[in-house]
Design a protein around this ligand. Structure first.
Ligand code: XIL
Length: 450
């Protein structure tokens, strides 16, 4: 029986639980760790990616980014406005950090993005340029950025969002100044600067067969016919709950049939807030459907989520009233959506049962202090006494606790149950709170409960 070694382990280590339960098998001794998405993807020939923010790549965020994903896309760090805010003055700090992190974790990098109408530096958008000047600016930008990372970027989103919804060209700085040839030239310049990087055109609302994706299809067909270097199309896939296009797989297939790779580059599935169990179940089905469409087409090579945690998503600030769009909640707990991806990649479709887990939340924070809350909850297991331990990552200190007895030695915190709340029944939870001090940063630690 497959279950007996695990039950023996569970009996030995009864009640051992962690926050960030998917980090490693050893971090979660009371339960079978889920196979990381990147390993499930490898078995299906898919690279599984996430957009990231460089400054967050430590603690639990860094652990999950490094262990669950085989590709990183800088969410903002490689955009023109980020890398050359002042003409001729470059800032590669965050982009370098992400590329270094990816290499240290055996991950690919998707470069994003070289030619776009958004997030350009003011000096560029506010300038008055002749077509020749504009062309030289763009060529130099591509030479500089692609050249800097030559050999280290698996794929570039060379051109981003060139189309209107009706399939006409978007009247951008580039299209207005240079005509449609800006696209072919950008691709040629990128190829010259790094012959090994795969070159993509990336857009949104092109996931199903529609006027916009038809226009993209016609463009890449003609580029291929003309011998312009183009390797793939990126389907951003910023989707709305319950609205995965029924023609998603057919659309991926028709691009693949042109001899192109396809990447799902910016997947998120947003819902009206607040979320509830029904919406999260629908979101799981939607994530599963998108992943399954990619799995079904051999040339769908990469599936990237646009932020893996709800605490690092563009959705809530961009679409007021909507959110909860990513596979992990803001406390780094995998949501049903995570298991939708996992299931479509041949992995587990449900969270591990027979375990207790702890969720650590910073409930409020001010200049030097904060209030934290830890919830210990059990499902298929129970506790008669407990101790929650963690190591602060940035010099924080617990100053006062309630509903637990806490001690701290260096960075290590240990909180035992009070006399009245040691019991956590199967299906139940207890919580305790504390005040703490912090400076510089206040990252959420991984909490272990025994
Ligand atoms: C978004 C970032 O996630 C945000 O942080 C930023 O404020 C705006 O841009 N399509 C794209 C991405 O190609 O670059 C965008 O990223 C989301 C839409």
């Amino acid at each position: 029986m497959r279950s007996s070694p695990r039950s023996r382990l569970s009996a030995l280590l009864a009640g051992a639980v962690t926050v960030g339960a998917l980090l490693t098998a050893t971090a979660t001794p009371a339960q079978a760790a889920d196979t990381p998405l990147r390993d499930l993807g490898t078995a299906k020939g898919k690279v599984i990616g996430t957009a990231v923010t460089g400054s967050k790549l430590t603690g639990t965020y860094g652990d999950l980014a490094g262990t669950q994903f085989s590709s990183l896309t800088p969410g903002n760090a490689m955009k023109w406005g980020s890398v050359e805010p002042t003409r001729g003055t470059f800032n590669w700090t965050e982009a370098d950090q992400i590329v270094d992190f990816a290499e240290a974790h055996n991950q690919q990098v998707r470069g994003h993005t070289l030619v776009w109408h958004n997030q350009n530096p003011n000096w560029l958008t506010n300038g008055t340029w002749t077509p020749a000047q504009l062309s030289t600016l763009l060529q130099n930008h591509i030479d500089t950025e692609v050249g800097r990372y030559k050999g280290r970027i698996a794929a570039w989103d060379v051109v981003n969002e060139p189309f209107n919804e009706d399939g006409t060209y978007r009247p951008t700085l580039w299209y207005n100044g240079l005509g449609v040839d800006y696209i072919a030239n950008a691709l040629r310049w990128a190829r010259a600067a790094d012959p090994d990087a795969k070159l993509y055109i990336n857009d949104y609302n092109v996931e199903g067969v529609n006027a916009k994706s038809n226009a993209l299809y016609n463009l890449v067909s003609s580029l291929k016919q003309r011998g312009v270097p183009i390797d793939g199309v990126g389907l951003q896939a910023h989707l709305i709950l319950g609205q995965v296009p029924s023609s998603f797989q057919q659309n991926i297939q028709r691009f693949a049939d042109l001899g192109l790779d396809v990447a799902i580059t910016e997947l998120d599935i947003r819902m009206n807030l607040p979320s509830d169990a029904g919406k999260l179940a629908q979101q799981k089905a939607d994530y599963k459907a998108v992943t399954a469409a990619c799995v079904a087409v051999a040339r769908c090579v990469n599936l990237t989520v646009w932020g893996f945690t709800d605490s690092d998503s563009w959705v809530e600030s961009t679409f007021p009233g909507e959110g909860a769009a990513t596979p992990y909640d803001a406390n780094f707990q995998p949501k049903p959506a995570y298991y939708g991806i996992s299931e479509a990649l041949g992995g587990t479709s449900n969270p591990p049962t027979g375990a207790c887990r702890a969720t650590y939340t910073v409930t409020s924070q001010w200049n030097t202090g904060f209030t934290g809350n830890v919830v210990i909850s059990c499902s298929g297991a129970a506790l008669s006494s407990w101790r929650a331990t963690w190591t602060f990552g940035a010099g924080q200190a617990v100053t006062q606790a309630w509903n637990a007895v806490c001690t701290q030695s260096g960075a290590a915190v240990s909180c035992a149950n009070a006399s009245y709340n040691g019991t956590v029944p199967d299906g139940g939870s207890v919580s305790f709170g504390f005040n703490g001090s912090w400076s510089g940063g206040n990252p959420v630690p991984v909490v272990t409960v025994t």
